[in-house]
Design a protein around this ligand. Structure first.
Ligand code: DP6
Length: 339
């Protein structure tokens, strides 16, 4: 029999960062992220019985054989979780809402979308509900941060004493005791460079193994999770922003003091950071930033100051984006079933 499932799955932006892993893609510290709305992968998987596994993959309407090794690798990693992977033909059609030239990584949204489609097909075959823990485990095996993209608003990944249901194997939603201001958060991603990264995230994680500050960093991150739990409850947007910036700067400091050392920030990244900090100093508005493993700036702010912030971005920050590209995103609801 033929089965199919189609989902959009968002990207996410970590506030406390996952940086360093062990074993089978398990995190060295707990991380927490906002699930986004607009930066999504839209993926449809159709399967039909076949003697052995075969895959046809197309991206934005064009067949892409070059992606097949990555997908085969993903399927091999999740083969213990899904039992129809070796006797079906898979037609996978995917696209992203954000431009390829934006330099935004699609691994989190892409892997999360594939995991959701496969779990949905399994639930159709077996007549059972979708197991979100399992979907998150599978997304994690594709790309660590992807496991957090499956839940609305905020998701936490990694065992932590403050979160009873937390696990290193999968992410869990963070919904209790969260102040409503965090439902309104914007994440405007200013693209200062879309060049390919000189060091991938996977290689960056591996360099943490020899980093002399690694253990102190894991402890700091776990303390930040506890601190953030209090902030999420009390809604202090300034404390929230201070912590987000410290996490971003720590991530990049860890890269700079890896052996070999590397820098992913661009001169324009530093100019934008400086402009945001001056604007904040002058206006006292709660506008802060975070960074991924790349040079682009994620500008974080609550909706009640959106007009002032957007005016500031247009007047003072767009000059630092050679492509004049900003991706306006906000906290979102997680995967949506399309078909
Ligand atoms: C800096 O999840 O992309 O964005 O597990 O090797 O696929 P792999 O790495 P990835 O690392 C993301 C690192 C980060 C921080 C975060 O999202 O928590």
């Amino acid at each position: 029999m033929k089965f199919s499932a189609q989902y959009t799955c968002p990207s996410n932006i970590a506030i406390v960062k996952y940086w360093g892993k062990y074993g089978n893609q398990l995190p060295k510290n707990t991380s927490i992220s906002f699930t986004l709305t607009n930066a999504v992968s839209n993926t449809k998987i159709t399967i039909e019985p076949s003697e052995s596994r075969s895959i046809k993959f197309s991206f934005e309407g064009k067949e892409k054989e070059s992606f097949l090794p990555k997908i085969e690798n993903f399927f091999n990693k999740i083969s213990g979780h899904i039992d129809f992977l070796n006797n079906h033909h898979f037609i996978i059609e995917s696209s992203n809402s954000f431009p390829h030239s934006s330099g935004i990584a699609s691994s989190a949204s892409g892997m999360a979308a594939m995991a959701m489609c496969l779990c949905d097909i399994e639930s159709q075959m077996k007549g059972t509900p979708i197991d979100m823990n399992k979907a998150s485990v599978m997304a994690r095996l594709g790309s660590g941060s992807a496991c957090r993209s499956l839940f609305p608003k905020l998701a936490l990944w990694g065992n932590h004493p403050d979160y009873m249901k937390s696990s290193n194997e999968y992410a869990v939603p963070v919904s209790n005791d969260v102040h409503s201001v965090f439902d309104t958060y914007h994440d405007d991603i200013l693209i200062v460079s879309s060049n390919e990264k000189s060091v991938s995230s996977t290689a960056g994680h591996a360099l943490m193994d020899g980093n002399p500050y690694a253990e102190a960093r894991y402890e700091q991150a776990n303390n930040h999770i506890s601190k953030l739990k209090g902030i999420l409850k009390n809604g202090d947007v300034h404390e929230f922003g201070v912590l987000a910036e410290l996490e971003a700067m720590t991530l990049h400091a860890l890269m700079m003091c890896s052996q070999p050392s590397y820098v992913l920030l661009e001169p324009n990244t530093l100019k934008v950071i400086s402009a945001i900090r001056s604007f904040r100093e002058d206006t006292k508005l709660p506008i802060y930033f975070t960074l991924d493993a790349g040079p682009n700036i994620h500008i974080l702010y609550p909706d009640n100051i959106a007009l002032q912030v957007q005016d500031f971005i247009n007047k003072d920050l767009m000059i630092y984006s050679p492509q004049q590209l900003i991706i306006q995103d906000k906290v979102g609801m997680g995967p949506q079933k399309i078909g």
